[in-house]
Ligand binder design. Sequence first.
Ligand code: ADP
Ligand code: MG
Length: 317
Amino acid sequence: MDEFDLIRRYFTRATPAAVLGVGDDAALVAPSAGRQLAISADMLLEGRHFFADTDPYALGWKALAVNLSDMAAMGAQPRWFTLCIALPKADPAWLAPFSEGLFALADQYGVALIGGDTTAGPLNIAIQIIGEVEAGLALRRDGAQAGDDIWLSGPTGAAAMAVRHRYGRLQLADADLAYCAARLDRPQPRVTLGRRLLGLASAAIDISDGLVADLAHIARRSGLAATLNLLDLPQPALSDEVLALPDFDVCLLAGGDDYELCFTAAPAQRAAVQALASELKLPLCRVGSMAAGQGVQVLDAVGQPLALAQTGFNHFA
Ligand code: ADP
Ligand code: MG
């Protein structure tokens, strides 16, 4: 199987959403009237973002999921993506499940693979995604206002617990491991929620590096301080023993890879956000508020600020 067979077999699908898809020197797409393009890219490297023995289906899923999550955080409708992939070898036993995982999620969100690049080399997966958002309405990091509530779309921490388990730093029992591994390997990008937050949320970000670190981006870009209440943070469905581990609070506050949305909204929008939670069946949770100042603080059960040893993942820290 050469490079072109490989592209034809595993990465070429009908793309009715594009004017021209895979097979020419460039793809052609027609943006919708009145919308802006939202463009984002995310790279996954073996040994850095995933373990060498990661299930290829999960990898295909996740490579696209992390990009869809960026579209969700902007409130954009994902439309097209490109895939640049370096592969150690052209192995059908790896490529077939990888492309299945990739297209399973692509089909779920109606997003089309329209091109890319394929080379031999150490495993490296880079996806660029293009979405559309109503002009002027994108959910930016700089839109939070003093007095806004801070909301989370779901519990954080479980994905980071799965990473700790895989590194042998802690031992999760089967049921806990199954939950945490699903959060790590098959994140559900909150695309539908992101779309519905247009005109409702004032700012948004997806939690990829850690709750505190990612919320700090909203705080900094909006020129405000963020306060989280530890007791209001939603907890993942894990056993009491796991929730009581000292590592757990670190994962809750600073563990990455959850791909939940963190967003701010005016208190006047509380009822609307709660109605959205029931409609979309998402456990949207109000976890804090924005105020004049800077930085992120987390208040404990008695309202005292926690000393945070770690806020999130940072490649060059
Ligand atoms: P070029 O030589 O013009 O760069 P390539 O031979 O690299 O073109 O690719 C041929 C076609 O296949 C192009 O349309 C390109 O976008 C597409 N393509 C290459 N690799 C991938 C991939 N991994 N997934 C999807 N499309 C791909
Ligand atoms: Mg090329």
